[in-house]
Write a protein that binds this ligand. Structure first.
Ligand SMILES: [Zn+2]
Length: 314
């Protein structure tokens, strides 16, 4: 009986330590003199990763801190605040959200709790879609995918809308906003941080991870990546996976371009999705170790085929 009691105590202690233990394993990588990125896990949200899978980033400006995509939950946001506090005691003045997918922005609220005056910035389509119910859907999905780990996460919507071509002065820094059509989710912005020569691609690039394209457009993602490449920045921060140089954007472009063009070609020959899949997998063999490849490639082919067929009527 005593042993049973002890194992209960140990069980509850160890499960209550899980969040801390897990998030203790992450720290912000310094990319350059002002930019820091916490590179998150690349697997889909699950109980083990507690819903954390994106790349929260922060930029230390003269008087305050600018956060990009703080993460999926109150726990992820708390970790981001901890990492900021290791570098500076300046307040967070602004948050950018790159798109509506909840793994990127549901941590807004926990940051807002510490900094009530924080301005949260996103594409107007993202704000509209989040408010129309997508935010709550993401909250619910995260709880079920993580078996309850993200419970307690609340919604803080972005309120400042920015679109393609806009140049913003934020915390004394210059940001150019890039948004190309539907791109990854129909709600995306990419951020060019001018002084830091750093480009945040959002989920138009998921380096070493194949990203969902259910709400996206292959042709628009390719155009978005062309824009990102043409700007020739020194640092590119993807939505998922390690930060790098222009080569990671070029590689991501190669994936989408090869996939879309092969789907178009095989579609012309009258092939069905399942008939073209092995041929396309062979052509994309260099990406086969990317996280999510086996799950997403079939969906990407089906979605690209729908887009090819639709394009024929344009
Ligand atoms: Zn996404």
């Amino acid at each position: 009986m005593k042993n049973l009691f002890l194992s209960f105590v140990l069980f509850f202690c160890s499960s209550s330590l899980m969040a801390g233990d897990f998030f203790d394993t992450f720290s912000a990588d310094k990319i350059n003199s002002t930019v820091y990125v916490v590179h998150g896990p690349r697997e889909l949200p699950n109980a083990k990763n507690r819903g954390f899978m994106n790349n929260p980033a922060f930029i230390v400006a003269e008087k305050s801190v600018v956060v990009v995509d703080p993460g999926s939950s109150h726990e992820a946001g708390t970790m981001v605040l901890r990492e900021i506090s290791k570098v500076t005691n300046k307040p967070v003045s602004h948050i950018f959200n790159t798109h509506v997918h909840g793994d990127h922005w549901l941590a807004n609220e926990i940051i807002q709790q510490s900094y009530p005056d924080v301005k949260i910035i996103a594409d107007p389509r993202m704000i509209k879609k989040a408010r129309a119910g997508e935010a709550q859907t993401w909250i619910d999905n995260m709880i079920s995918m993580t078996e309850g780990a993200t419970k307690g996460t609340k919604i803080a919507y972005p309120e400042v809308a920015v679109s393609d071509g806009k140049q913003l002065k934020v915390a004394g820094l210059t940001f150019n906003i890039h948004s190309v059509g539907i791109a990854h989710s129909g709600t995306d912005i990419m951020l060019e941080y001018v002084e830091g020569s750093t480009f945040f691609t959002g989920d138009n690039v998921g380096y070493l991870r194949l990203l969902r394209m259910n709400d996206g457009s292959f042709r628009d993602v390719i155009k978005a990546l062309d824009r990102a490449i043409s700007l020739k920045k020194k640092y590119y921060v993807p939505g998922h996976g390690p930060t790098g140089g222009i080569e990671l954007v070029e590689l991501q472009r190669e994936y989408f371009d090869t996939l879309y063009n092969l789907v178009a070609e095989y579609n012309d020959e009258g092939l069905e999705d399942f008939e073209m899949k092995p041929k396309i997998e062979a052509a994309l063999v260099k990406f086969k170790d990317w996280s999510g490849f086996d799950d997403e490639i079939g969906r990407h082919i089906s979605l690209a085929k729908l887009e090819v067929e639709k394009a024929e009527f344009e």
